[in-house]
Design a protein around this ligand. Structure first.
Ligand SMILES: Cc1ncc(C[n+]2csc(CCOP(=O)(O)OP(=O)(O)O)c2C)c(N)n1
Ligand SMILES: [Mg+2]
Length: 318
């Protein structure tokens, strides 16, 4: 991922950032009616990782999962519609921003239960073993989720059966209001993989090229029958835990310092300019186009009819 596809990667990351920022605005205006956990700062993880998967492979993620869905190809208009409670939403407006799924694009869904998506990802890998399809399942979760019992059980099961799963831990520096460093007495998070007997690697999650390389190796291992890998992608959560988080727990100046050092978007922009893959004018045009596309998608989503309350009991599985 060092050629012209880097510009396409940049476009996708900018689209995700524009999507999240516009969603935050629509939430404050009341056009979006559900709670929002934005991925700002983590765009490179999803875009880099998804590019390492094949077309039939699957992804599942957490409530902070919009970047994964967009990286998988979920149309942004259908995402806005979902967040606005519209009939045209990706799940008819019934899932909302933290609980939607788009299996048609290989996105098996989000989960609001911290760590709860990891056994689902392992289940997708087990299904692949049963149907012999060769599909790999990527399951993404947060640094806080690593301390959940369900994740331990899922990793143990996947290790014993050498299932074709890639565990991607998005280490964004916080679990809600708790700094990651205060939750992991054993030190580096990727070391947890040792006890399950599969490889664990840390990667700079602000560089999609490095994420791509690490996940590609893990996908190849999974596909060849070598079992799981834990990839810990380090990044920073550049915003609050959710859009209504006052962030009073953050040390003064941390947010600005993190944005200056760890924002993946200006970093990749710099790489593209330096390597001559595109010039400033071309990137400005791309950024303007991404913004216009996001706004047009939101307007179109808002014009769609609201979900019909009479259909409430449809799409419910128990
Ligand atoms: C089982 C469970 N426990 C607690 C919560 C409340 N909660 C929501 S998000 C969160 C923090 C998770 O942190 P992390 O896994 O690092 O993910 P991030 O929010 O940083 O993406 C907690 C504790 C929950 N949703 N589910
Ligand atoms: Mg976290």
């Amino acid at each position: 991922m060092t050629g012209p596809e880097t510009v396409a990667t940049y476009h996708r990351m900018v689209t995700i950032r524009e999507f999240e920022n516009h969603a935050a605005q629509l939430r404050s205006r009341g056009t979006i009616i559900c709670s929002l956990h934005l991925c700002n700062g983590q765009e490179a993880i999803a875009v880099g990782a998804r590019a390492a998967l094949g077309p039939a492979d699957t992804v599942n993620a957490t409530y902070r999962g919009h970047h994964w869905a967009i990286a998988c190809g979920t149309p942004i208009e259908a995402l806005f519609g979902e967040f606005m409670g519209r009939e045209t939403g990706i799940n008819g407006g019934r899932g909302g921003a933290g609980f939607f799924a788009d299996p048609d694009h290989g996105f098996l869904g989000e989960s609001g239960i911290v760590g709860g998506g990891v056994p689902i990802g392992v289940g997708a890998a087990l299904a692949s073993r049963y149907d012999g399809s060769g599909r790999v399942a990527l399951t993404a979760f947060g640094d806080g989720a690593l301390n959940q019992g369900a994740v331990h059980e899922a990793m143990t099961f996947a290790a014993i059966y050498r299932l074709p799963v890639v565990f991607v831990c998005e280490n964004n520096g916080y679990a809600e209001y708790t700094p990651t460093g205060s939750m992991s007495p054993a030190g580096a998070l990727e070391r947890r993989a040792e006890v399950y007997g599969f490889p664990g690697v840390a990667v700079d999650g602000t560089d999609p090229r490095l994420v791509h390389a690490a996940v590609a190796e893990a996908v190849a291992r999974a596909r060849e029958g070598g079992g799981p890998t834990l990839v810990v992608a380090g990044a920073r959560r550049l915003g609050g835990h959710h859009t209504h988080d006052p962030e009073h727990y953050r040390p003064d100046g941390e947010k600005a310092a993190w944005a200056a050092e760890f924002d993946p978007i200006p970093k990749l922009r710099g790489v593209i300019l330096e390597s001559g893959l595109a010039d400033d004018a071309a990137l400005a045009q791309l950024e303007g186009d991404a913004r216009a596309d996001v706004r047009a998608a939101a307007l179109s989503a808002a014009a769609a009819p609201a979900s019909d309350p009479a259909m409430l009991e449809q799409h419910v599985y128990a």
